[in-house]
Ligand binder design. Structure first.
Ligand code: ADP
Ligand code: MG
Length: 723
């Protein structure tokens, strides 16, 4: 029998019915119904204004304030007609979260009346008090001013909550000196950098007409659902997002019976609800299924332009969390909510392309496309090899450290997987077998046509952090709770830089009399000679790979955030971002500081929560258990029996260990903030986390030995299997 609080939760959950769910309205009726789409603008705006907006979205640039006034008016009229009284500039601070500043449309008039008002100026720029958002020392509080500025390329939408409807306007968030305080600004810049370099290479390849090149992203979001009745009994889940204690369930994921199994009804209704809301918001949610671990699920939208996909990804996380609450679930986006059970990641599928040349990472069917594809692909290989540590750094968070390299997620060593066929093509190139030659007016590269690559290569090699999957790369090391902006910024920038290098080399070769094909063959070979070490098709989880990668191939294994984040301070990384005009040195340094602080803070919170749980929940239960056991042994003794003392000894042994580890953890917490960010991070990784793990071991041992009706915390068995 579980203890009373757990029993009550259990009973409540068992009686719970799925929420009544309205029949799914026709897609055409709800699709993007809460979005101020281009289509709506076309309808609502004078022709000239609409054309101006469309031009800025397509080609970049600034919108005239006159036009902005017209757009603001139309946007407000539409929003108010849908019931909105407020608007919010939505921005994405460095915390992986979404922030909003709400303002009313209301404008009191001199005559005592009030009207709805919204101007171009208010649409285009806002001024939230920036002082409460982390900035890594860019601004001191007396110059706390931060500006939000409308990102016209990401559509405005309505957020409906029980409190009303709000018009949400996606924005960038910058300091008054123009430094990025958010995740969107560098993403937009990285896309421009990639566009510049991709266009240049496409022109060198002889393309006359080259449309702007954009990056695309499709992110697969994994998450856990836990019954709120249980979650509220677990301070660790509520405050740290993961269980800090918990003995393993007798049944875990070893049966592999959850993956793609039938979705429980309550969860299904929840998913349907989520999807309907996302459809209204114009988010193309497509796949949903159970994941590997019990209680774990996935939702993936169809890929979109990276900037829009990133905003939509943030919306997905917001909608998942909010909707879960209404269905009596708590949605966990933490990378490792349960020890011993697979954690959650967010595979980021990424490609680049435009309307004239299409997807530049699609091998295509013709030799001509091959050359283009091979050069873009080679640029990615070079980028991953030169910047593996950077790609590691952008997925470095306290939560993600529990997954990477832990036999369930890619290792912390960043390599690139091409698949057998493509790997062979590049090996040929490297051996000089694929030499450039022109014939019949078509470009050739010896490898006449690439073999057809299976498009949904999906999980052919799940152990690779960075895998080519037919027409895109999939960055699999991203954490489930992370914004995808950082990883996209890194990928775009790294690609831009390699494309630039490749263009420079091609032009140099051609200036010395080589044909384009010969030059391309030479450059491709050079890329493989210099950077082929990053290509790996084997088992990334194996020890042999860890040895080979670090000892023979010179790849770095940055095992935790404390080791990975300082990469942001390396000269080559600073120069890379500066050269491509994506992140300035000041901005980069501030990012290092903010992310470092977040890592330290996350672990500090975990330690404090763990200590509080031990003091106020676990110790009292253990004390009672030990006294009652001792009493019972005494009574048995009095009756002349010879009771077995071992259980008592085990319990008091574990209790002593728990107390010792608590004390030592407490002491180590006191010396946490005595150095700079690097020192604090190392203290967390080297000292606090190991102590926390020791404390956990003792507590989990106690959980397995204390009577069920005394244990205050819902068990893994209850949280993972009851629904
Ligand atoms: P899997 O689980 O096999 O990796 P999913 O179908 O769950 O595949 O997710 C694949 C994701 O990749 C989807 O979001 C999909 O839209 C996206 N995707 C497909 N093609 C591209 C592309 N060219 N560029 C970026 N993302 C893509
Ligand atoms: Mg995938």
């Amino acid at each position: 029998m579980p203890n009373p609080a757990r029993l009550a939760a259990l009973q409540a959950i068992q009686q719970r019915q799925p929420l009544a769910c309205e029949a799914t309205p026709p897609l055409a009726k709800i699709w993007a119904s809460d979005v101020f789409t281009l289509g709506r603008m076309k309808h609502a705006l004078p022709k000239e204004a609409y054309k101006a907006v469309r031009k800025v979205i397509r080609d970049g640039g600034k919108l005239d304030l006159d036009v902005a006034d017209v757009v603001a008016q139309a946007m407000k009229d539409w929003a108010v007609a849908q019931g909105a009284h407020y608007y919010a500039h939505v921005f994405y601070p460095l915390t992986n979260s979404t922030a909003e500043k709400h303002d009313g449309f209301i404008s009191p008039q001199g005559d005592g009346d009030a009207i709805h008002e919204f101007s171009g100026k208010l649409l285009v720029q806002g001024e939230p008090d920036g002082s409460s958002f982390p900035n890594g020392g860019i601004r001191s509080t007396f110059e706390a001013r931060g500006y939000t500025a409308w990102d016209i390329t990401s559509p405005a939408y309505l957020m409906r909550t029980p409190n009303g409807v709000t018009l949400c306007i996606p924005t960038v968030f910058v300091s008054w000196t123009g430094e990025a305080l958010d995740k969107k600004t560098p993403l937009l810049r990285s896309n421009s950098a990639m566009n510049r370099q991709a266009q240049r290479l496409l022109r060198i390849l002889g393309n006359q007409e080259v449309a702007p090149v954009n990056s695309s992203c499709g992110a697969e979001q994994e998450y856990f659902l836990v019954d709120t009745q249980f979650a509220t009994l677990r301070p660790d889940l509520l405050l740290a997002g993961r269980t800090l204690f918990g003995a393993p369930s007798p049944k875990g994921q070893q049966f592999d019976d959850h993956y793609f199994g039938a979705i429980p009804e309550r969860v299904q209704v929840f998913m349907q609800d989520v999807e309907q809301q996302l459809y209204r918001l114009g988010v193309p949610a497509k796949t949903r299924h159970n994941e590997v671990a019990p209680g774990q699920f996935e939702i993936a939208p169809v890929h979109e332009a990276a900037n829009v996909a990133t905003d939509h990804q943030q919306l997905i996380m917001t909608v998942l969390k909010g909707t879960a609450k209404r269905h009596g679930f708590t949605c966990l986006l933490h990378e490792k909510p349960f020890a011993g059970i697979n954690g959650s990641g967010k595979h980021v599928n990424w490609s680049v392309g435009n309307s004239t040349q299409g997807n530049l990472l699609d091998p295509g069917h013709t030799p001509h496309d091959n050359l283009q594809f091979l050069l873009f692909c080679a640029a990615v290989i070079r980028g991953v090899h030169r910047n593996g540590p950077l790609l590691r750094a952008v997925v470095a968070t306290a939560g993600n450290d529990h997954r990477l390299g832990a036999n369930e997620a890619p290792p912390a060593i960043i390599s690139v997987y091409l698949g057998q066929q493509l790997e062979q093509v590049f090996q040929q190139i490297q051996r000089g077998e694929a030499t450039g030659s022109a014939s019949g007016g078509v470009m050739r590269l010896g490898v006449d046509t690439l073999p057809e690559f299976p498009k949904d290569a999906g999980d052919r090699n799940r152990t690779s952090p960075f895998a080519f999957t037919g027409n895109r790369f999939e960055f699999r090391a991203v954490g489930s709770g992370q914004s995808v902006a950082g990883p996209l910024v890194a990928m775009n920038t790294v690609l831009a830089d390699s494309l630039e290098w490749i263009s420079d080399r091609l032009e140099a070769e051609m200036a010395s009399g080589q044909t384009l094909e010969q030059a391309a063959a030479a450059v491709l070979k050079q890329v493989m000679d210099l950077h082929g070490a990053a290509v790996f098709g084997g088992d990334g989880y194996s020890d042999a790979w860890h040895r080979e990668a670090t000892e023979q191939r010179g790849l770095e294994n940055l095992r935790n955030t404390a080791e990975a984040l300082p990469v942001l301070r390396r000269d080559d990384v600073r120069e890379l971002f500066q050269r491509q005009a994506v992140i300035s040195p000041v901005e980069l340094e501030s990012r290092y500081e903010v992310y470092g602080e977040q890592y330290v803070l996350a672990i500090e919170v975990e330690a404090r929560v763990a200590l509080a749980m031990v003091r106020t929940q676990i110790s009292p239960a253990v004390d009672k258990q030990i006294s009652s056991l001792a009493r019972s042994l005494q009574q048995q003794h009095a009756l002349g029996l010879q009771p077995d003392q071992r259980r008592l000894h085990q319990l008091s042994d574990l209790q002593r260990q728990m107390d010792e580890h608590s004390l030592s953890l407490e002491g180590e917490l006191d010396s946490l903030h005595h150095g700079d960010t690097a020192a604090s991070m190392h203290h967390c990784a080297q000292v606090i986390l190991p102590r926390l793990a020791q404390l956990r071991e003792a507590v989990d041992g106690l959980e397995a030995r204390v009577d069920d009706d005394r244990w205050p915390l819902p068990s893994y068995r209850e949280m993972l299997f009851v629904r």
